[in-house]
Write a protein that binds this ligand. Structure first.
Ligand code: MLC
Ligand code: AMP
Length: 492
């Protein structure tokens, strides 16, 4: 039984989702999801963990498809609407998916895949049409979702979570942040990552609350929603708060007062997915009276630590482990780090993912022998609250809340006919957290970095494209020949 979906039967008359200006009740969501499940089963008794990919923007239809896949016993693999074809093709190949359910806007875009990979591209609308079937029993230990995350390997890995993992990821937040039926949240985040899928959409649906989708983030639309007085909750990455502040700064005094007054009425505003700069927290507090609640999470674990809903929210800190999350901080001697001593966060508990999709070695490497997940994030305990100090790898970049692998971009760049070698780093940036930056060693001196960028956009999503380039004859290397990325950062 999928608890998230079972619970919806208790709220059938309530509004679950607002999408493209239309409200949909939990009853409508359940009906549509059942139709989707019946279409997917198409006479079979159970999808038996078949991977069903879907390219659908954040909307009622997205949720109906996700729930429909789950009800039919499949694994939901949401694709990113910003990804170019090669990134989508990678996910299809890696999951061996036989089907992509596509929003009408993406049918033509996806059509080459049908010819080349033998994948069927299924139109969204017919899948939502009325159809019934007997649905299989779903075990909570069954695989439910695969989300792709960048790591210290070049290609993204599929993070597999079970229904039990997802349920644990949701319930810890529902309890800690006191979600209620009367809550109303705006989702402006992409729905191929845990922040949007779990923290925003699924927590709302678990609670009988309402989630409204904006298909894309725009500061003005978010401020308009806040001004409408509908929202009780808002959750975003630090870059979004930065952009909302910039919009507020540019507004007239009367408009500023209106925005500030409306924002002060929300019961909770949360920041996460990247470090929240203290000046952003302070400015937001100044203009809205709201102290942002910062929390820490990861695709593999859902949310791990959080500042307190009712107690102290300490700037520059991520708080304490959430209920049900076991955490330890391990120093370089493999011992528990003491107060004010740096260590690596390791996590255990029911919210921790099952495996990397068909990568047993990577999965084994990600856990200690006694079953702790090794996050790669370094932090310390400081006066009763944890803070993040950095990561153990310079090859992982966080930009706008997206995790990006420098190695993946380097591998693609090296395929450019004009590039002999390259190295990619993240440079600190107030707005984006880090900005992807590349040093190119050209085959020919007259390399045009604008053209390189245009070429890259056909291979990688826009948020992975370098924003700064330098061109050099050599890369800084240590005695072992490894590129010294901290040295390289200084060269920009
Ligand atoms: C876009 N731009 C960037 C950029 N992304 N510039 C530098 N670095 C980046 N990363 C530029 C574009 O080129 C464009 O410039 C301009 O910014 C606007 O582009 P856009 O695509 O319209 O950007 P926008 O929609 O404003 O995107 C910003 C954003 C987005 C913050 C809304 O990045 C976003 O949705 N981030 C959230 C990602 C997320 O959900 N992460 C959670 C992962 S889960 P020009 O010059 O072309 O106009 C996780 C676990 C956890 O981390 O703990 O939650
Ligand atoms: P992802 O793999 O996209 O889920 O990103 C997870 C990573 O985001 C974590 O491993 C952290 O490095 C980072 N992260 C998430 N929340 C925070 C936070 N509050 N402060 C600093 N880093 C964070």
């Amino acid at each position: 039984m999928i608890q998230l979906i079972e619970r919806a039967k208790g709220f059938t008359e309530r509004v679950a989702l607002v999408s493209n200006g239309t409200s949909y009740t939990y009853g409508q969501l359940l009906d549509s999801a059942q139709h989707v499940a019946a279409h997917l089963l198409n006479g079979k008794a159970d999808l038996e963990e078949a991977r069903i990919t879907f390219l659908v923007p954040p909307s009622f239809e997205y949720t109906a498809i996700q729930w429909g896949i789950w009800m039919a016993g499949g694994i939901a693999v949401p694709l990113c609407v910003l990804h170019p074809l090669p990134s989508i093709e990678y996910v299809l190949r890696d999951t061996q998916a036989k089907m992509v359910i596509a929003h009408p806007d993406y049918m033509d875009f996806l059509s080459p895949l049908e010819k080349e990979n033998g994948v069927s591209i299924v139109a969204l609308t017919p899948v939502l049409e009325n159809r019934s079937a007997e649905l299989p029993d779903i075990r909570t230990e069954q695989r439910a979702m695969i989300l792709y995350t960048s790591g210290t390997t070049s290609k993204p890995k599929g993070v597999v979570t079970t229904h039990a993992n997802i349920q644990a990821q949701i319930t810890t937040l529902v309890n800690a942040w006191e979600w209620q039926q009367d809550d109303y949240i705006l989702n402006i985040l992409p729905l191929h990552h845990v922040h949007g899928i779990i923290n925003v959409m699924s927590c709302a649906l678990w609670s009988g609350a309402c989630c409204e989708f904006l298909p894309k983030f725009e500061a003005e639309s978010v401020w308009n929603s806040i001004k409408s007085g509908r929202l009780t909750l808002f959750m975003a990455v630090p870059t979004i708060y930065y952009k909302l502040i910039a919009f507020w700064d540019d507004a007239s005094e009367t408009a500023q007062e209106e925005m500030s007054e409306a924002a002060s009425k929300l019961r909770l505003m949360v920041s996460g997915s990247a470090a929240l700069p203290v000046p952003v927290l302070e400015k937001w507090r100044k203009i809205t009276g709201q102290t942002l609640l910062e929390r820490y999470g990861m695709t593999e674990i859902g949310m791990g630590l959080s500042n307190s809903y009712r107690g102290e929210r300490r700037p520059g800190h991520i708080g304490l482990p959430l209920p049900g999350v076991e955490m330890r901080l391990v120093n370089s001697d493999d011992k528990t780090a003491g107060e004010n001593e740096a260590g690596e966060f390791q996590i255990k508990g029911p919210s921790v993912f099952k495996e990397y999709w068909q990568k047993p070695e990577a999965t084994e490497k990600a856990f200690t022998k006694d079953g702790w997940f090794i996050t790669g994030d370094i932090g310390m305990l400081n006066n009763g609250s944890y803070k993040i100090l950095g990561r153990d790898s310079v090859d992982i970049i966080k930009s706008g809340g997206y995790k990006i692998s420098a190695l993946e971009i380097e591998d693609v760049l090296r395929k450019h006919p004009m590039v002999r070698d390259c190295a990619v780093v993240g440079l600190p940036d107030e707005e984006w957290g880090e900005v992807v930056s590349a040093c190119l060693i050209p085959k020919d001196e007259a390399i045009d970095t604008k053209k390189v960028s245009e070429w890259l956009k056909e291979q990688l999503p826009r948020y992975k494209i370098p924003r700064n380039y330098i061109v050099r004859n050599t890369l800084p290397r240590n005695v072992l020949g490894k590129v010294t990325k901290n040295e390289l950062k200084k060269m920009f």
